[in-house]
Design a protein around this ligand. Sequence first.
Ligand SMILES: [Ca+2]
Length: 293
Amino acid sequence: MPERFGEPAFMKRPASGETGRNPAAGDGSAEAGPAAEAGLKEALGTALVREQFMLEYQPQLELATGRIVGAEALIRWHLPGRGVIMPGDFIPLAERSGRIAEIGRWVIRTACRQNLAWRKAGIGRLRVAVNVSAVQLFHGDIVDAVASALADSGLDGSSLELEITESVMIDPRRAAPTLERLKSLGVLVSIDDFGTGYSSLQYLKNMPIDGLKIDRSFIRNLLEDAQDQAIVMAIASMARHLGLRLVAEGVETADQLSFLRALGCDEIQGYYVSRPLPPDRLGEMLRPGGAGD
Ligand SMILES: [Ca+2]
């Protein structure tokens, strides 16, 4: 394994916990003792029925039009006595304790309903992305969850995007059938944290993928680090020639935006545009101009 890339993406904790998914077991949480985990695990078992989860949405700005065209749904857990728990601190536990499928199902259903609610409120067409972990993809009922959420909400498949990690592609023969079934529902599939999963790039031409999200670790020092620039330029060129939509995560400055725009990056997400917002706040943000068609 190349030293530079360390462990696979699914073993890493997303910077600031905003990526919304699977930094996996033992991610360094100071409270990760067995007793604390047992308590959290028990609380997790009733979190859904107690309605302790909520989704925030981080908007994605299309550079060509200056419009918000999408938003990534990020789960938060409001646990009384503990405050807000970020996904990096409970999704791995949900995966280990077998709860990820039902939580994932809730996320997809809620995101679809919210998207339709925004549309009914006159906001226009918006693409909402949800994070799908490898465990969810391989062991959950993801296809049924997506099909049910679309049917229940009446949302069209192309308004839902699934962000999956590159690590899923380490075993493309295993991933392909599920991805094909998901694509048949009309949903979009993008590769999350792109550039950190060190799988073969073979899958980019063989798998039904619509877009790439450049990992924030390449964006953070983009203006200062020539190696990051080289990697981002190569990814942008590759995405363009493969016809993949390119989204850069973790964009925090106008200079980063300009650099990415010059490379032909399609969309940006990050604090420069907005923090993740509760649904009503994003609705307010989008209302004046409208976000889509
Ligand atoms: Ca993501």
